[in-house]
Design a protein around this ligand. Structure first.
Ligand SMILES: Cc1cc2nc3c(=O)[nH]c(=O)nc-3n(C[C@H](O)[C@H](O)[C@H](O)COP(=O)(O)OP(=O)(O)OC[C@H]3O[C@@H](n4cnc5c(N)ncnc54)[C@H](O)[C@@H]3O)c2cc1C
Length: 309
């Protein structure tokens, strides 16, 4: 049975060329990483604009080549909803070329790829894997006809001197639909009606009416108020989509409070501190209400049961 790696890699393509054995020590970038990333995204944007699929593929690492001795490296492009209404992962220059020929259409309207000024370009190791060496990591923004997206690319050296850097991974994701932006940031609700108004209401009154479902019926019914239900309801709420969440439990957070107990000290009324989330805190945030910066790295289940409330 083929291994998971073999199932995902087009090994026939890879084996057409012998793996290039290059230096084991990864070269350092010969220019500032910002400059290298800016050049890469500018060339990518131009190739997208001119629908030059060959040039797009050429911005990725050559299949099977790498400065990493013995490691088969190909370029990867993971897309979440920007190129199609689905999740897809493409790999190898040929795979990416064929994909972009299908998807870089006037209908999709990929455009305006530019570095995200909010996130500095960095030379860093991806995910603490020393064998990969350092990658130039840069975040970017872009548009399609229907929405705005964000992404990140990782460049690896494509020669032994560190002059040329190509994409090992590229991630694109649609973040919002044009005309259906979330009510946050500059679009957040005002919270007050200044001036003379007969029936002036404060934000809290409107919110209470909404919570009591006065004058509205739900368009969307979400069953289950765990992380998934709360996140989807919060996102829909920010799009002004009338949404009702129901749960067989009495209170939000009970799904964690009642989750199997390991230890019950009843400190501060919280049931259980010993059982913690498997992932560190930065993977577990709820939409719009991230855990505070002093939060423990591994959240105890009893604390998690209180946070959404
Ligand atoms: C010890 C432990 C640690 C974990 N750590 C992590 C982690 O760090 N990161 C991570 O991503 N995941 C972690 N998980 C997995 C975690 O459980 C899920 O990621 C998360 O809880 C999924 O949320 P959910 O809303 O999909 O499901 P749940 O949290 O299971 O919520 C489902 C909700 O739906 C309600 N419900 C179900 N059926 C009905 C019904 N018919 N009618 C009404 N209501 C209903 C339930 O009462 C419940 O409130 C961990 C799990 C365990 C046990």
């Amino acid at each position: 049975m083929p291994s998971i790696l073999e199932q995902h890699l087009d090994l026939e393509t890879l084996h057409e060329k012998p793996v290039v054995q290059k230096e084991k020590v990864q070269p350092k970038p010969q220019k500032p990483v910002q400059e290298i990333a800016e050049k890469w995204i500018a060339e990518f944007n131009e190739a997208i604009k001119t629908k030059n699929s060959e040039a797009i593929a050429d911005l990725f690492l050559e299949d099977g080549s790498s400065v990493l001795d013995g490691l088969l490296i190909v370029g990867w492009w993971r897309d979440v909803l920007a190129l199609s209404w689905d999740f897809h992962t493409y790999h190898s220059r040929n795979g990416i070329k064929q994909m972009i020929e299908r998807n870089n259409t006037d209908e999709v309207g990929l455009s305006n790829f530019a570095l995200d000024p909010a996130v500095p370009v960095a030379l860093q190791n991806p995910g603490g894997s020393p064998e990969f060496g350092d990658c130039i990591t840069a975040f970017f923004t872009f548009e399609t006809n229907v929405g705005r997206g964000k992404g990140v690319f990782r460049l690896m050296p494509a020669d032994n001197q560190g002059n040329e850097w190509k994409a090992y991974t590229l991630f694109t994701s649609l973040q919002e639909l044009k005309g259906c932006e979330e009510r946050k940031g500059r679009s957040r609700p005002k919270g007050v009606e200044h001036g003379e108004h007969g029936n002036r209401k404060i934000w809290f009154e409107d919110r209470t009416k909404m919570q009591n479902m006065e004058g509205w019926d739900p368009t969307v019914l979400v069953i289950g108020s765990g992380h998934s239900g709360l996140n989807i309801a919060a996102r829909l709420g920010m799009l002004d989509m009338p949404t009702l969440v129901i749960d067989k439990n009495e209170r939000v957070g009970d799904n964690w409070r009642k989750r199997y107990k390991t230890y019950v000290p009843r400190i501060l009324g919280v049931d259980d501190y010993r059982l913690v989330l498997h992932d560190p805190v930065w993977y577990d945030h709820l939409a719009y209400i991230p855990f505070p910066p002093h939060w423990p790295i591994f959240t105890p289940k009893g604390i998690l049961s209180l946070h959404p409330r």
